[in-house]
Design a protein around this ligand. Structure first.
Ligand code: FPP
Length: 278
């Protein structure tokens, strides 16, 4: 049975249908999955137990986004700075990634998910690189959710890499400095195949972007929850999305201008959501 044929749990049905049918859902959600270590420590367990439990939240986020019809989900799974962690923890995270790919790709593929990566992936262990490549090749024609794993990723690293390639293209005469626009820069980033994120969710209460999608996040709504990543499940995603659809995104315009050009007002959406939750 595919995810779209599954019955959403009764307690989530109203909000799920409402969110799925609203035209205000984000096209692209990016997530900073933070708090695995604290989740484990709070329970007197070792940090890797938090990562293991965090993987269940990854499963839940992917499935819920896919069922809602979200087009792009980007997960910050391993930052370029994470290489500084103790070797056993890094090893564990790599093995978790391998087991995620080994266990999940069939199901992801069956549900039309396209897998991609961003980041300095050539520094990952060769076995992980091979599994990622196989997963990407296998799912590349899929037209459902695009799931991007940010691995060994850093936004400044990607910007510096893009500027280097761009500078070489300028030297070769492929790009003229006068024609260099924001769109040109975006097209040189590894994220060029996806729209900018509309919503960035960060768990565990920290108010920072931690070198994640710095250029792309220019107009993103940011949702920070105190919850730790292993506790963040579909109920919490619905809550984040409910808040998102009620926010007014102005992109520099006034409220009146926004109301003129958009369909339903955030207020009407809010009323419908409150009605569904009653
Ligand atoms: C941050 O928590 C989390 C990570 C560095 C790793 C995220 C990995 C997963 C959720 C599991 C594997 C993911 C995939 C896609 C298979 P932290 O360790 O920094 O927590 P802390 O701030 O409480 O110490």
């Amino acid at each position: 049975m595919t995810w779209s044929q599954e019955v959403v749990p009764a307690e989530h049905q109203d909000i799920h249908t409402l969110l799925r049918d609203t035209e205000r859902l984000p096209r692209h959600i990016a997530m900073i999955m933070d708090g695995n270590g604290r989740w484990a420590q709070e329970r007197g367990r070792v940090r890797i137990d938090g990562h293991r439990e965090g993987m269940e939240s990854v499963r839940s986020a992917v499935k819920t986004c896919s069922q809602l019809g979200v087009r792009y989900l980007t997960l910050y799974a391993f930052s370029i700075e994470n290489w500084k962690r103790p070797v056993p923890e890094v090893r564990f995270l790599m093995s978790l990634l391998e087991s995620y790919l080994a266990r999940e790709v069939d199901e992801l593929h069956a549900n039309g998910v396209r897998i991609r990566t961003i980041g300095k992936t050539n520094s990952l262990p060769k076995s992980v690189q091979r599994m990622l490549q196989t997963a990407m090749d296998r799912t590349k024609e899929n037209t459902g959710l695009t799931l991007t794993l940010a691995l060994s990723y850093g936004a400044r690293w990607d910007l510096a890499r893009a500027v280097q390639v761009l500078a070489m293209d300028v030297r070769r005469g492929k790009v003229s400095p006068e024609d260099l626009t924001e769109e040109t820069i975006s097209s040189y980033l590894q994220t060029s195949y996806m729209p900018d994120p509309d919503l960035i969710i960060r768990t565990s209460g920290e108010m920072r972007l931690s070198n994640f999608l710095l250029w792309e996040a220019a107009y993103a709504e940011i949702y920070v929850t105190e919850q730790l990543w292993p506790d963040f499940r579909s109920r919490d995603l619905y809550r984040a999305l409910s808040e998102f659809v009620m926010r007014e995104r102005r992109f520099g315009k006034t409220s009146a201008q926004v109301a003129e050009s958009s369909g339903e007002s955030p207020r009407t959406t809010l009323e419908r959501i409150l009605h569904a939750l009653r």
